[in-house]
Design a protein around this ligand. Structure first.
Ligand code: ATP
Ligand code: MG
Length: 898
């Protein structure tokens, strides 16, 4: 029975019994302690606790759920997904225990032909809370379950709450016995994998408060609820696993295709080495399950509007997507994985959630962008990580310092749980305590900085006093030189009467042509002369609305407050600044022309010769898009479009579609609108611009990258800078052409050919190396001795052979021995004083009861090393290579006396 069918039957059963079908709430939930909806009842909490009157007496739903606390269980148990669907029926002060039990029993056991699930009632084991005689009695008397199959369990198992304050109650759960091959007899108290919980009936009767301890059921009880309610949850995936006859919930119709695709991509044979139960799972199979689960969860989260980020819900999504990608890498797949897997997940889920198909382009863009970001992070951080690991190991330590974890996080964007996971793979722990301390310190520094900045600016009484004398008049839209007067001088935030040569102070003029940094445009440079004093302008800011403050260095003479002043903006500087700012508007318009109107600017920065612009976009731009954007922009420059400035009410500006930057504030009544070519580019802007687009000169894009989820950044050079940039590129190309001794146009092909050749040569080298390793196997096989009828080759490996080569060599030696008789090959190599070893046992040996894994476990302690593996092949490392003779002796002993 397919999942979509299970869902339909569930809703139909309860609808037929007077329940109103309510759609699933979206996954994100507004509580910092919960983040996501984790049960069907969450959207009904106000009705349960009596805050609002329930609009219906009975409801039913299939709720999307996420349980972040189950992430670590995924793939290791047979029954936990991060995302799952909870089928539920709810009674708001209507029916209680008896009817809830009857309704659940009926649907579970009703024949498939009659719309039920057709489960064998004799295999269902109900549980009840310790002293809930009423429920036990209903199960026995009304349903007819023999008492020995009704299990009483305590608070930890048979009470239910959301994990945060809210409604709660005792419960009765339905377990299905999947049979002997899944575990020992004895009911749910003995084995929760064989006896699979699929439905929980909560008898919701009281309200819980804050936690009083770490355990489940440890909280204060605030009181009885106004009504006795029913809240049930049947895991759709769990019942699907039962009805589809698969071992676990990663193998049902909604996830198995993802798992299969991942197995295909990684050339892994899923299930080849695992049994039915979770405990018998091969690590590769666990990874495939994690991939299937996480890809689907990622899809559902992005579908509900979550985007990857470094905190809260976005972080959960990021972690899940990255774990899926990393699991693919650990299985040997290095290419982008999500483009292969997400579409499969979409096809699995679309039958129940058609909106995922409709919205897939957006979802995919976010997902693929996140994988790209992660690939870059991995590329830069892994080297740092490896260096850190080897220095820890060579110092004989086993803990990665908190500073390293912090640096990886701070500089390379390595999430700490990735560091933890990678360290664990290397047998190391991480000083998490130290990491957290550094994180806290950094947060506090940032807070202190923000505070210091604030008080230095707007709150200064001196600045307010200057502002009270009137706004600074900005003359810089029309002139670069203005005669003015020094209204005030500030040294360290205090008003002073004068300043001497060599001092750096802040000054306010009555009027100024200097543009203060704003709207992404940098401050003007230039000079101010005042009564014999010469001032160089270092920075210009507007710390208080209406007040322009120049930070100046007194280069010559003495500056006095009240003096006449000549303010002169550097014309060359301003010309370039105008080019850059108009260039920014042109790039914005070109982006929107090429990519569409959703490519909206979210921030920008420009200074003479250079500009950058951040805009909303999910994925990397293709080469074609980049070329098109550059082309559209340069055509607009060449077309010599007029640039015009108008003032108008904000309302009017909105009407004519002027674009306003998010987060910037403009006067409510009158705004400044800058147009280039009329409606082609129309933005609210206070900056300085050229008069005709051709004055921008040339424009060349120099980069495009992600600066966060769904935000891209383009950078460009304009004017002379653009030409200089192109000249440098030409010089580089010529240098490469010179070295390669080919014309410039042939450079790419030539490099490709060289890389290809290098690869071939590397492969040949590798083949040569393997051949050299195997060349030794004849001589090693010749050292075979007979120990109690077993052919044993136990020798030191030739120098320098370890890892993969050691395994290959051991197998080859083994194959040279007589396959009709038991054979054991153990090779130990000495790598910088540490022993690395491999044991291999042929099929005849395994039949005779020998196991490579056990042999290794027995002799590894002699070397003070660790190891393990399977019956045919096992390996290990560590310890002291000098103890080799003792290890060989132990090995002979354990073969001789099995
Ligand atoms: P378990 O003890 O197996 O983790 P639970 O007691 O946490 O389950 P409930 O909170 O009672 O489960 O949730 C109700 C139903 O939702 C369960 O009976 C089960 O069918 C399903 N369920 C719970 N957690 C998961 C999960 N992580 N993945 C899939 N289904 C789940
Ligand atoms: Mg649970």
């Amino acid at each position: 029975m397919r999942s979509a069918d299970i869902r339909r039957r569930f809703l139909a059963h309860f609808e037929a019994n007077g329940h109103v079908v309510v759609p699933s709430a979206p996954l994100p939930f507004d509580d910092p302690n919960l983040l996501f909806v984790n049960a069907g009842m969450v959207q009904f909490v106000p009705y349960f606790i009596g805050q609002q009157a329930a609009p219906w007496k009975r409801a039913t739903s299939v709720q999307k759920c996420i349980r972040t606390q189950d992430i670590e269980e995924v793939g290791k148990t047979t029954r936990h997904g991060t995302f799952f669907q909870m089928n539920g029926n709810f009674s708001f002060g209507d029916y209680f225990k008896e009817q809830a039990i009857q309704l659940a029993w009926e649907l579970s056991t009703k024949p498939v032909a009659d719309g039920g699930f057709g489960l064998d009632g004799d295999r269902i084991w109900p549980t009840v809370y310790l002293d809930d005689d009423e429920a036990a009695d209903i199960w026995h008397r009304v349903i007819g379950i023999p008492p020995e199959r009704i299990v009483r369990r305590d608070k930890a198992d048979n009470t239910w709450d959301m994990g945060i304050p809210g409604p709660a109650g005792t419960c009765s759960e339905l377990f299905y016995d999947r049979g002997r091959e899944y575990g020992p007899d004895g009911g749910p108290a003995v084995d929760e994998d064989r006896y699979l919980e699929f439905w929980n009936l909560v008898f919701m009767a009281y309200e819980r408060g804050r936690a009083t301890g770490p355990g489940k059921g440890e909280y204060e009880i605030l009181g009885e609820l106004p009504n006795k309610n029913i809240d049930t949850g049947m895991g759709l995936e769990r019942i699907a696993a039962i009805l589809q006859g698969v071992d676990n919930l990663y193998e049902i119709d909604e996830t198995r295709p993802i798992l299969d695709r991942a197995a295909e991509l990684t050339s892994t044979k899923y299930g080849a080495h695992s049994g039915h139960t979770a405990a018998e799972s091969h690590p590769d199979d666990v990874r495939l399950r994690v991939i299937a689960d996480h890809v689907r969860t990622g899809l559902m989260l992005m579908g509900d509007g979550v985007t990857p980020s470094n905190e809260g819900r976005g972080y959960v999504l990021r972690r899940i997507l990255r774990r899926a990608v990393r699991s693919m890498r650990l299985l040997g797949y290095g290419d982008p994985a999500l483009p292969e897997l997400l579409p499969v997940a979409r096809d699995c889920m679309a039958p129940s959630y058609p909106e995922l198909a409709a919205d897939f382009e957006r979802i995919a863009m976010i997902g693929y962008a996140e994988e790209e970001t992660f690939r870059r992070t991995l590329a830069s951080g892994t080297t740092i990580f490896d260096t850190a690991v080897s220095s820890v190991k060579s110092a004989g330590e086993s803990t990665l310092p908190g500073e390293q974890a912090f640096r990886l996080h701070d500089t390379y964007g390595f999430p700490v749980d990735l560091t933890l996971e990678m360290a664990a793979e290397q047998g190391l722990t991480v000083d998490v305590e130290g990491f957290r301390r550094l994180m806290t310190e950094q947060r506090e520094r940032a807070k202190a900085d923000a505070k210091a900045n604030k008080s230095a600016h707007g709150n200064s009484p001196a600045l307010r006093q200057l502002r009270d004398a009137g706004e600074t008049v900005f003359t810089g839209y029309t002139e670069l030189h203005t005669r003015s007067r020094v209204r005030g001088i500030l040294a360290d935030g205090e008003l002073v009467p004068a300043a001497r040569a060599g001092q750096i102070v802040e000054i306010v003029l009555d009027e100024t042509p200097f543009y203060a940094e704003s709207g992404g445009q940098v401050a003007d440079e230039g000079t101010i002369s005042a009564d014999g004093a010469l001032l160089r302008v270092l920075d210009v800011q507007k710390p208080v609305k209406g007040l322009i403050v120049h930070r100046v260095e007194v280069a010559e003479g003495e500056l006095a407050s009240g003096a006449e002043a000549d303010a002169q903006v550097d014309p060359e500087w301003r010309r370039s600044a105008r080019q850059a700012h108009s260039g920014t508007h042109v790039v914005h318009a070109a982006l929107r022309e090429v990519l569409g109107p959703t490519a909206l600017q979210s921030g920008s920065y420009n200074k003479p010769g250079y500009l950058r612009l951040d805009f909303a976009w999910g994925g990397a731009l293709s080469e074609t898009s980049k070329r098109d954007i550059e082309e559209v922009a340069n055509r607009a420059l060449r077309a010599d479009l007029p640039v015009s400035v108008q003032y108008m009410p904000l309302r009017r500006a909105r009407e004519i579609g002027a674009l306003a930057l998010f987060g910037e504030t403009y006067d409510a009544d009158e705004v400044r609108v800058v147009e280039i070519g009329g409606a082609w580019s129309r933005e609210l802007c206070g900056g300085t611009h050229v008069e005709h687009s051709s004055q921008v000169g040339a424009l060349t894009l120099i980069g495009e990258a992600s600066v966060g989820a769904g935000v891209r950044r383009v950078e460009a050079f304009v004017g002379l800078e653009a030409l200089r940039y192109l000249a440098t590129e030409r010089a580089l190309l010529n240098a490469a052409a010179d070295t390669l001794k080919v014309p410039a146009a042939e450079v790419p092909d030539r490099i490709a050919a060289l890389v290809e050749r290098l690869r071939t040569v590397e492969k040949e080298l590798e083949r040569g190396r393997v051949a050299a390793v195997l060349a030794r196997s004849g001589e090693l096989a010749a050292q075979v001795v007979d120990v109690a009828g077993v052919q044993l080759v136990a020798v030191p490996a030739p120098d320098g052979i370890a890892g993969n080569d050691l395994r290959t060599l051991a197998s080859d030696v083994r194959n040279r021995l007589d396959q009709g008789r038991p054979a054991v090959v153990v090779l130990i190599s000495d790598v910088a004083g540490k022993a690395h070893f491999v044991a291999s046992v042929n099929p005849a040996g395994q039949q005779a009861g020998l196991s490579a894994g056990e042999l290794v476990r027995e002799f590894a302690p002699v070397l003070a090393a660790r190891g393990g593996g399977k019956a045919d092949l096992a390996q290990g490392a560590g310890g002291d290579a000098a103890k080799l003779p003792a290890a060989f002796a132990a090995l002979r002993d354990s073969i001789a006396s099995p």
